[in-house]
Ligand binder design. Structure first.
Ligand SMILES: C[S@@+](CC[C@H](N)C(=O)[O-])C[C@H]1O[C@@H](n2cnc3c(N)ncnc32)[C@H](O)[C@@H]1O
Length: 247
């Protein structure tokens, strides 16, 4: 298996994406810190603030990876956080980290896909996806599935890489992600593919108003897009509607 998924939405993407993340799981947290110059923590904190008051709530972290968002969400004192992901080795890392840092915390990690969430309809008070939606094999199916398991009016918060508007930032970011990022990624993880896939997949992914239109088309309302760090990352919020969840 090559560790370089096809960009865009398609059926074989799920297994390719899982294999790619499992191949870099041992270095994933370090790579995040280094490649984002440490900004990834601030981006995740901003996402968690957007979840609002969740004391005693039930929160779903979709595409949880090594669990950093799920762990940071504990500060909201929810009743339970479930982190779900398709990549087994990423989840093992999440589990080990949770046991080491927060033994006994109300955290559950499980393997599963965003497009086919194995939960009851209207069973979560909030959901978050950090740097995951770009990798879904079917974006609309993933968003609809999240909308189904959320209670009406519950927030979905999405963090995803965007495309900076300002030309100088765009030029710098373009050079960084094409030239430097794959080299640093390979040096730290031992594989090149993921860090070539990253800029290509960001380029191909809908951002800003285009992403909000997808969210709304999948049944979310009161949607909002907020650029973070010159638009390198976007923070999206939408609220689940009652909707017909029969499909
Ligand atoms: C870039 S990582 C983000 C991990 C974590 N949320 C974070 O902020 O560090 C993307 C994660 O999305 C997961 N993923 C991709 N497609 C998925 C899907 N369809 N359902 C569930 N997880 C998925 C991958 O396995 C990977 O762990």
């Amino acid at each position: 298996m090559r560790y370089y998924p096809t960009v865009g939405e398609n059926e074989q993407k799920e297994s390719e994406v899982a294999a790619m993340f499992d191949a870099i799981a041992h270095r994933y947290d370090l790579l995040n810190r280094v490649l984002s110059f440490g900004l990834d923590r601030a981006w995740r904190r901003a996402a968690i603030r957007r979840l609002g008051e969740q004391k005693n709530g039930r929160i779903l972290d979709v595409a949880t990876g090594t669990g950093d968002v799920a762990l940071a969400t504990l500060q909201l004192e929810p009743m339970e956080i479930i982190g779900i992901d398709i990549a087994e080795v990423m989840l093992m890392s999440a589990q080990q980290k949770a046991a080491r840092k927060f033994p006994g915390a109300p955290l559950v990690f499980m393997q599963g896909s965003a497009e086919r969430l194995p939960f009851e309809t209207d069973s979560f008070d909030a959901a978050v996806v950090a740097f995951g939606v770009r990798n879904f094999s079917n974006l609309d199916a993933g968003l609809r599935s999240i909308g189904r398991v959320l209670k009406p009016q519950a927030p979905l918060v999405v963090l995803e890489f965007g495309q900076p508007e300002a030309k100088p930032v765009r030029a710098f970011y373009g050079m960084y992600s094409r030239l430097l990022l794959p080299r640093i990624g390979r040096a730290l993880s031992g594989v090149t593919g993921p860090y070539k896939y990253l800029p290509a997949s960001i380029q191909a992914f809908p951002h800003g108003q285009d992403f909000l239109a997808r969210l709304e088309g999948c049944g979310f309302e009161d949607t909002l897009a907020e650029p973070l760090t010159f638009g390198i990352v976007s923070l999206y919020t939408g609220y689940a509607t009652e909707g017909d969840h029969s499909d």
